[in-house]
Each structure stands twice: as structure tokens, then as C-alpha cells.
Design a protein. Structure first.
Length: 333
């Protein structure tokens, strides 16, 4: 995995831009703020911007870039929440995450996820303890492509760590160094597989906001219905993109297709690495090149639990315009 550690001078430069950003707008998820954040991020150091540009355009096979060195004021952010509503104390951190994310593309959210927020919370929720979901903890969160079931899924996700006291690892795997035989590649490139929506889209992380009831847009560019058969590999054959979420996939009926998927899952499993994020770390994951997950842990629900913030980033916001309903909206319905 690629890493970049911010220099002291970059940290203070970013801190000043973050102060400027949060003074602009009360709502860090508004269209105005998201647009201005993308402008302010152009004032990050050339070194950082170059690195992000390289990550975007060269698409390193490892599919992840860790940016460390930012400082999180543990006292200012206050206790890890237990519900999805206490956001005021984390404005600095959220603005930092939005600015960094803006260097890769534009932020989106889902009406069906976290009440339509663009900046997502990742902390353990007691009711989700045993669930296969980012806000669970006791289950291994199986590695996955984020929102693999949906054609409008993000190109990248960004995870900002606020605290991680037990150093619980995020997991990552890619096709770096993986060899697959031609027949397996053929099968994985064929539309033989189905991926169900994961639990985060089933209304578990808060109600769908008013006026945002999920709607069906058959001819609005939203792509195939979720359970249409898709390929697991796509794009360029010698360096394919990935789309899979094994926990939410059933083995295909054709034994050869099932074996091909099994082979890929085994190879990715063998490539899986642990990345224990520290406060201030931003992990950028290329959602076409890498899969990610999380090791299990035991939450204490005492205000000191693991706490991350997350954004989803697309390279082409236009693709989802019909599903967002308006250029100002970042929320896919
Ligand atoms: O908790 C983590 O490290 C990652 C969770 C996850 O899969 C996500 O937030 O998309
Ligand atoms: Fe995820």
C-alpha cells in the first residue's frame, strides 16, 4: 500500500485551510460547501496534490493510499457517539476529510444510507453489534467492494480515523501480484454473478429522509436493477477492475462460474493485509482496484470506542444526475 506522511508545514497549511473552510458554511454537506471545498483543496501542497493525481490517474494496482500526519484533537471531538446525530464537535475533521476527498472527485451519498448524509459515521452501535455492517463490531466485516450491488457505486472511499484505541485493523486486498488462468478470467468477465444489497442499505442506519423516499428510475441512467447478473471483473483484461461482495453473493448455479469466483476469493484472501488506522490517518481506497473490510472487535460503548468518518467519491458526478434528481443534490435515491 502507498503511504504519504504530511510534513509539519503541510499540516499547518491544511489546518489553516480547514479553519477557513468551516467558517464559510454551517452545513458541511451542502452543495455550496462541497463546491468551495474542492476549490480550497487546490491550495494543498503541490506534493500532496501530485500524489493524489498520481493515485487517480495511474491507478496503482494496490488500490490504496494512506495519508498520515494530520492531528486530531481528542478532547475537542468529545466522546464517540452512540447514535448518528452529534456532529458539531467534529467540523474540523469533517472539513479535512471533505477537502482531501475533493482531490479525487466529487462526494456522493445514498438516500438509503445514514439518513442521506454525505459524511458517514463509522462507530459501533449496540444494536448492530452482531451485524455485517460498518457500525457492527463482533463479526468480521467481510471484505467487499463498497456498494458492489449498485451501478452507481463510488470510485473511491475515504476513511478518516478519529480514534482507534484497540488498533482494530481495516483490511485491504487487491489483484496486485495475483495470477489467474485465462479460463477463470473469461468466466469472471462474464455476466454470471449476482450481488445483493448489503445491510447498510436496508434502513438499518437511520430512516430515509423526508422527500427522499427511494424511487425507481427505470430509464434514468440508474443502470440495471440490483439483481441483474453482472461480471465480477471488468475493464481492461490484463489489469481488471473488481466488483464483488462475497458475503452478499450466492454461488452461481454453473459449477465453473462458482469455481472461478471461489478462486478469486481465495486469491484476494491470500492477499489481504491489515491496516490499523491511527487518529488523523486518511485511508483512500480505489473501489475498483481494492476490496476492504474490518477485523472484529469488542466495543465498550463508553464513549472511547473506535470512530471513523467516511466519504464516497465519484469521478463523474454526471453519471448519477438522473438518480440524484438535481445538480445540487449529492444523494442517490
Ligand atoms: O471500519 C472500517 O475500517 C471499514 C468499514 C467499511 O467497510 C466502510 O466503512 O465502508
Ligand atoms: Fe465498506
Amino acid at each position: 500500500m502507498e503511504r504519504l506522511t504530511l510534513h509539519h508545514s503541510e499540516v499547518s497549511q491544511i489546518a489553516a485551510l480547514v479553519e477557513e473552510a468551516i467558517a464559510l458554511n454551517d452545513d458541511l454537506e451542502s452543495a455550496d460547501f462541497l463546491q468551495e471545498a474542492a476549490v480550497l483543496a487546490q491550495e494543498f501542497s503541490r506534493r500532496l496534490r501530485r500524489r493524489m493525481m498520481r493515485f487517480r490517474l495511474e491507478e496503482p494496482t494496490g488500490g490504496a493510499l494512506l495519508i498520515s500526519g494530520m492531528v486530531v484533537d481528542d478532547e475537542r471531538i468529545g466522546p464517540t457517539p452512540s447514535s448518528l446525530d452529534q456532529r458539531r464537535r467534529t467540523r474540523h475533521e469533517e472539513a479535512y476529510l471533505v477537502l482531501v476527498s475533493s482531490l479525487l472527485g466529487d462526494l456522493i451519498g445514498w438516500a438509503t444510507q445514514q439518513s442521506g448524509h454525505v459524511i458517514h459515521e463509522v462507530f459501533p452501535i449496540r444494536d448492530h453489534e452482531h451485524m455485517q455492517i460498518g457500525t457492527g463490531c463482533r463479526q468480521l466485516l467481510w471484505w467487499h467492494t463498497e456498494d458492489a450491488f449498485h451501478p452507481l457505486r463510488a470510485d473511491y472511499l475515504a476513511l478518516l480515523c478519529l480514534r482507534n484505541p484497540q488498533r482494530t485493523p481495516t483490511t485491504l486486498a487487491s489483484l496486485q501480484g495475483v495470477h489467474l488462468d485465462e479460463e477463470t478470467i473469461d468466466l469472471l468477465f462474464a455476466p454470471l454473478y449476482t450481488i445483493r444489497p448489503d445491510e447498510s442499505h436496508l434502513g438499518r442506519t437511520g430512516p430515509v429522509p423526508d422527500g427522499m423516499a427511494p424511487i425507481t428510475l427505470p430509464d434514468a441512467g440508474a443502470g440495471p436493477a440490483p439483481l441483474e447478473k453482472v461480471s465480477v471483473l471488468f475493464g481492461e483484461r490484463s489489469r481488471p477492475y473488481l466488483r464483488l461482495d462475497p458475503y452478499f453473493m450466492d454461488a452461481p448455479a454453473e459449477p465453473q462460474a462458482a469455481r472461478a469466483l471461489e478462486t478469486l476469493v481465495d486469491r484476494l484472501d491470500a492477499n489481504l493485509i491489515d491496516v490499523a488506522l491511527s487518529p488523523g490517518d486518511v485511508l483512500l481506497v480505489d473501489n475498483f482496484r481494492a476490496v476492504h473490510g474490518r477485523r472484529p472487535f469488542q466495543a465498550r460503548y463508553d464513549g472511547a470506542d473506535r470512530w471513523l468518518k467516511r466519504t464516497l467519491i465519484v469521478r463523474d458526478l454526471r453519471k448519477s444526475l438522473a438518480a440524484r434528481g438535481a445538480v445540487e443534490s449529492r444523494i442517490i435515491r
